[in-house]
Design a protein around this ligand. Structure first.
Ligand code: NOJ
Ligand code: NOJ
Length: 719
């Protein structure tokens, strides 16, 4: 019936419902509260060609392969294409897309007759413009803005892959040349201003100096200690923030200057509500730089891609190892990372073999997907996984390279919304929104053998129990299982999609027995409980969790009524407050580590979340100490000082700043981000392999940090 002819009350109802619908479409949750999100990782060039006019643009013509057979050429996918598939993504429950670097990339063919092009985006030339193959020939932001608008209208956040470690190839093509919104800034071959490090390619990936200061695979390595480069990279990220991106996946953070990255992320968080995670590859928890990774993640405010868990997932689900491998990594990481729920988890990506290239079993893929979507951490699903996309071409006759880069980046060919994987992702994305145990909960093992893993997520009364049997043919009887699900009968949350059935729980005073049952072969079953709104405010996360006074912080959790928020004992200004999110401004308190707590109008006080208040915005400063005392293997020189950025005189490996680097032994140096405009007191210490600490003698060194740019300090060790 046309609207005009509806009875009056019905018209009112339609108007009311329309208003409700509009309200629901309002921008998704704040970006910094991202634990409820499911990320979908897209290689833009390989997703969907939404605009054929940009396939072979004039300034970089000849890099396009219409036949889509040369994996090193552009194939036509673009930002308009992603925009056109927005309802496909929303229908799968996706709430954030991570797109490959959209910035203007190298224009020159580096592949000779066969075409070699930066279709993946990791050879940037102008970090303040959009690549013409993805947008338009004037490198404008139009297509990008349209994408962001469409994504936000669908409740989807946009995460840009940003690569601050390097520009483009130093040995061919454009020789590292980079531009600031069209104006040439510098290049690698004629580099009087030292915008780049001129060191060989990295050969030892475990050497702290090499990984940060040498060159990653001939990619011209930015010198971020140069004030122009520092400003260029920070302002480029801000350009994307002005275009309303919600987050950054920061490329190759292990290879950029670690100290500088603290100021980079601080600049991002000081500019707008954002969520960031970095790529630091430590394939196992015994990687020599794994400790450096978690120290960095615990102090910087960066979250990290969880490569160690990826590796275990790959071993267990694709290669068939025992679940004990996953269980071990989870336990190890839980004891090392302060914010384990922030880690970004995945089963494969653009640099790794696709799951189905290793094991072409859809059952196993579904089991791995169900695991990553219910495990602690924020899941990132690689594009096409839901369509069982894979190309298994073998490189150089090496069977271990089956379907590896670049063959793991085939073109998306179908957008079928009825696959089991598509439905599975949708159901578990919805669970992440509706049950707080998934985004915020603890992760505990309840039952394990080689093929069966039963684990429980739990947060403030919400519980999710997950049981996986990855054996293809054998059912397993489950006895002696306990849960914190309250007594009752629970249906499989997946409705039997992966073979699950109901269970019965009886009261055991909290440690509640589950009646014996049989878990069929290749099954995932999920049982859930969430209580009514808790009577006490529950604080689940603070994002960011490192910032100076004045920066806005998003507190996520479960809240009611009028709340007050305190950092330690100091009240913070509440900017906005809803049932799930409170936005506050970091109060003016001395630098240090604080507990944040929420108190409701009845005086009920929440649990605490840790927060580091910086003394001021961060400036990267390079500290050099000459002629330090002798060290032997396993001893290192560290820096400590009178502000939280320098560890507040802490003298432990994890609390002091370092280890410092010594390419010119016995001189040591380190780039460290310190508070702008503050006069800091500091000293250098030796931490021996056995933990013994030796202080420099003499008075403290003192230094006034510049208010902008970068800084340099050079002193002699005081004997
Ligand atoms: C890691 C990226 O994920 C990879 O694809 C890229 O080639 C390198 N970093 C260099 O940017
Ligand atoms: C901490 C600081 O007071 C510093 O000045 C001093 O050098 C060391 N402790 C060693 O006593």
């Amino acid at each position: 019936m046309p609207f005009l002819f509806l009875p009056r009350f019905a018209k009112k109802l339609v108007i009311f419902l329309t208003l409700v619908a509009l309200t629901v479409v309002q921008p998704a949750s704040r970006a910094a509260d991202f634990k409820r999100d499911v990320i979908y990782q897209i290689v833009t060039d390989r997703f969907f060609d939404g605009d054929s006019t940009n396939n072979n643009p004039p300034q970089s013509s000849g890099l396009y392969d219409a036949t889509k057979t040369n994996f090193q050429a552009y194939w036509g996918g673009d930002l308009a294409g992603i925009q056109q598939k927005m309802s496909y993504l929303a229908g799968m429950g996706i709430t954030a897309i991570w797109i490959s670097p959209p910035v203007d990339n190298e224009n020159v063919n580096i592949g000779g007759a066969s075409i070699g092009a930066p279709y993946h985006g990791y050879q940037g030339r102008d970090f303040k413009r959009i690549e013409e193959h993805f947008g338009d020939a004037s490198n404008s932001f139009t297509a990008f803005d349209n994408l962001v608008t469409a994504a936000h209208a669908n409740g989807i956040k946009v995460i840009v892959d940003f690569a601050p470690n390097h520009s483009n190839n130093n040995n061919n093509g454009e020789f590292g040349a980079f531009y600031d919104n069209g104006t040439l800034v510098g290049n690698y071959t004629n580099d009087a201003k030292l915008y780049f490090h001129h060191n060989p390619n990295i050969s030892d990936y475990n050497d702290r100096y090499q990984v940060q200061y040498f060159t990653l695979s001939n990619l011209a390595d930015f010198n971020q200690e140069n004030a122009d480069v520092d400003a260029y990279l920070k302002s480029a990220a801000q350009v994307f923030q002005q275009h309303h991106v919600d987050g950054f996946r920061v490329d190759a953070i292990k290879h950029a200057t670690w100290g500088w990255l603290y100021s980079f992320i601080n600049s991002i968080y000081s500019t707008a509500d954002t969520f960031t995670f970095g790529e630091w590859i430590a394939d196992t928890t015994s990687d020599p730089l794994y400790h450096d990774l978690y120290k960095f993640a615990n102090h910087s405010g960066f979250s990290a891609l969880d490569f160690s868990l990826y590796h275990a997932i790959d071993d267990v689900f694709a290669w068939g190892n025992s679940f004990s491998e996953i269980d071990g990594v989870l336990a190890q990481e839980a004891s090392n990372f302060q914010q384990v729920n922030d880690l970004v988890t995945f089963i494969d990506n653009h640099d790794r073999q696709r799951f189905l290239s290793i094991n072409n079993s859809q059952n196993r893929l579904h089991e791995a997907l169900a695991f990553v979507l219910t495990c602690r951490g924020v899941p990132a699903i690689y594009y096409g996984t839901e369509q069982y996309l894979h190309n298994d071409t073998i490189q150089n006759n090496d069977p271990n390279n089956k379907g590896n880069d670049p063959y793991n980046r085939p073109m998306m060919v179908s957008f079928d919304t009825t696959t089991t994987a598509y439905k599975l992702i949708g159901k578990l994305a919805a669970l992440r929104k509706s049950n707080a145990a998934i985004p915020y909960g603890t992760m505990g093992q309840r039952w394990i053998n080689n093929d069966v893993y039963i684990y429980e997520r739990s947060f403030a009364g919400s519980v999710v129990l997950v049981a996986i049997n990855k054996n293809e043919s054998q059912a397993t009887p489950i006895g002696g299982l306990f849960t914190s699900l309250p007594a009752g009968t629970y249906n499989d949350y997946l409705g039997g999609l992966l073979g699950g059935s109901p269970i019965t729980v009886t009261d055991g005073g909290g440690n509640n027995p589950v009646s014996n049952f049989t878990l069929p072969a290749h099954t995932v079953a999920i049982w859930t409980f969430s209580p009514d709104t808790p009577t006490t405010p529950v604080l689940a996360s603070a994002g960011p969790d490192v910032a100076q006074p004045g920066v806005q912080v998003t507190l996520a959790g479960s809240f009611a009524g009028n709340n007050t928020v305190k950092f330690g004992t100091t009240p913070a200004t509440v900017v906005s407050s809803s049932a799930n999110q409170i936005v506050v401004t970091v109060p003016t308190v001395g630098n240090g580590n604080y507990d944040v707590r929420v108190t409701d109008s009845r005086g009920h006080i929440s649990n605490r979340e840790p927060f580091t208040v910086l003394a001021a915005k961060l400036i990267p400063v390079t500290f050099t100490v000459n002629n330090a005392i002798p060290t032997t293997f396993g001893d290192y020189i560290f820096l400590t000082g009178d502000t939280v950025e320098l560890g507040n005189w802490n003298t432990t490996w994890d609390g002091a700043v370092g280890p410092m680097l010594t390419p010119n032994y016995p001189n040591w140096f380190l780039n460290v981000s310190v508070p702008a405009g503050k006069t800091i007191q500091f000293k250098f210490i030796k931490i021996a392999g056995n933990g013994a600490v030796t202080w420099e003698n003499g008075p403290n060194h003192s230094y006034t940090v510049p208010t902008s740019g970068t800084g340099f300090v050079n002193v002699n060790w005081q004997n």
